[in-house]
Ligand binder design. Structure first.
Ligand code: SF4
Length: 112
C-alpha cells in the first residue's frame, strides 16, 4: 500500500511516497525525510506547544514539551497543562511541569 505525505522537517517540504509494506520511501531529498516518513507510519510524535496560567500574576507563559510525545498522548499532555499554574519569575527553559508522558513541560518565554 502507498501513502503520500509532506515532510515537515524543513521548509523545503518534500512530497514523500511510502510503500508501507516494505517501508520504502521516495521523494525525500535527504535521509531525515526517510526517517520522518517511517516514524509517521510506525510511531508518530509531536512537540506540543501551549500556555500555562501564572499563579502570582495576570497572564500566561508560553510552553512546549521538552521532547516530542506520541500523538496518542497529546490529550493527556494538554490536560496537565490546562490544570497547571506557574510561579513567576520564569526563564526560558525552566521546567514548569515535570514527568508528563515521559518528558517535561518547559517555558519558551521569560516572565519577570
Ligand atoms: S526530506 Fe529532507 S530536504 Fe526534504 S523536507 Fe524533509 S528534511 Fe527537508
Amino acid at each position: 500500500m502507498k501513502k503520500q505525505m509532506t515532510c515537515i522537517i524543513c521548509p523545503r517540504g518534500c512530497s514523500l511516497t511510502i510503500e508501507t509494506d516494505g517501508m520504502t520511501v521516495t521523494g525525500n531529498a535527504c535521509p531525515k525525510g526517510k526517517q520522518y516518513a517511517i516514524d509517521e507510519c510506525t510511531n508518530p510524535v509531536r512537540t506540543v506547544t501551549s500556555t500555562v496560567r501564572l499563579a502570582n500574576r495576570n497572564g500566561m507563559v508560553s510552553v512546549k514539551t521538552e521532547a516530542p510525545v506520541a500523538k496518542s498522548a497529546i490529550f493527556a499532555v494538554m490536560k496537565r497543562i490546562r490544570t497547571a499554574k506557574a510561579q513567576a519569575p520564569i526563564k526560558i527553559g525552566d521546567v514548569l511541569i515535570s514527568n508528563v508522558e515521559g518528558t517535561n513541560i518547559i517555558a519558551t518565554k521569560n516572565v519577570d
